[in-house]
Design a protein around this ligand. Structure first.
Ligand SMILES: [Mg+2]
Length: 285
């Protein structure tokens, strides 16, 4: 059993030793945190819940902590928001040794500090079953400058950052700096958490457009993994025709937004409907 008071003290001192942001007027230790975003900014807030046996196993506590932070930071990146704070609530079964949550928080703090975000609060409880991990991410963005899924227009170029479909144990970093650089430049953006085929379909539905991407342009060694493997935590974004991507980032143009609905993959000169988690090999178009 993890003693709650001692545990919260450990979390508070570990968080204090990590990144501190001036926008966090008050962090861990009171009934609520106080945040004051920079002048002219609004807050972006995202939540994510991970359940043992559904989203992770106990095998790798530190990597799970990194992943928990990265999921929230990647959502903030997709909005063009600058990360500010994470709030993390956890529930553990009675038989879990305290070494597990310590490793979890070491991973969590490493990832949040790398993004200059501060752990600013949370809660801990016991669980009658699986470990449960909840993260709330808070970021800031100049009013009106947030990137949305709904802004893609026919003729926009489709771009992705980094490499897709890497091995699941590869380290991931949320692309928050790229997200900020895409403000007022990209017409739409989403982070690749569910896989390119799924996330591109989400974005096209939100923008009420279609898309055509080319298999040979995908920045990946494994074509199937690039299309369907989740948790890349790269950004998928659109730039109006003639607009260049920001300098200093690894980005690749993979296709174009179309007026006609439907998402298509061009592979070996044939055009295949690209549906979430799959592509229909023999469909005519
Ligand atoms: Mg997302």
């Amino acid at each position: 059993m993890i003693p709650e008071r001692q545990w919260l003290q450990w979390v508070a001192s570990a968080a204090e030793a990590a990144a501190v942001r001036r926008e966090i007027r008050l962090g861990i230790g009171d009934d609520a945190a106080l945040l004051r975003p920079a002048r002219g900014c609004e807050l972006a807030i995202t939540t994510d819940l991970m359940v043992e046996g559904v989203h992770f196993t106990r095998a790798r506590a530190r990597a799970t902590g990194e992943r928990l932070a990265t999921r929230a930071l990647s959502d903030l990146a997709a909005m063009g928001a600058e990360p500010l704070a994470l709030f993390v609530s956890t529930a553990y079964p009675a038989d879990l040794a305290v070494a597990w949550p310590r490793e979890l928080y070491r991973g969590l703090l490493a990832a949040s500090t790398a993004a200059q975000a501060q752990l600013a609060g949370g809660d801990v409880s016991s669980s009658p079953g699986p470990i449960m991990l909840d993260v709330v991410g808070v970021g800031q963005c100049p009013v009106g400058a947030a990137l949305r899924r709904s802004g893609a227009r026919p003729g926009d170029g489709i771009y992705v950052s980094g490499q897709l479909g890497r091995p699941q144990d590869a380290a991931r970093t949320a692309r928050w700096q790229l997200g900020m650089a895409l403000r007022r430049r990209a017409s739409a953006a989403i982070d690749l958490s569910d896989g390119l085929s799924t996330d591109l379909n989400h974005l096209c539905q939100a923008s009420q457009v279609g898309a055509e991407i080319t298999a040979g342009l995908l920045p990946a060694n494994n074509f199937e993994a690039a299309l369907h493997q989740g948790e890349d935590y790269e950004l998928l974004f659109m730039l109006p025709a003639g607009r260049r991507p920001p300098c200093g980032f690894e980005v690749t143009r993979i296709g174009v937004i179309t007026r006609a609905p439907g998402v298509f993959l061009v592979h070996r000169k044939a055009r295949h409907p690209l549906v979430p988690r799959g592509w229909q090999h023999f469909a005519k178009s």
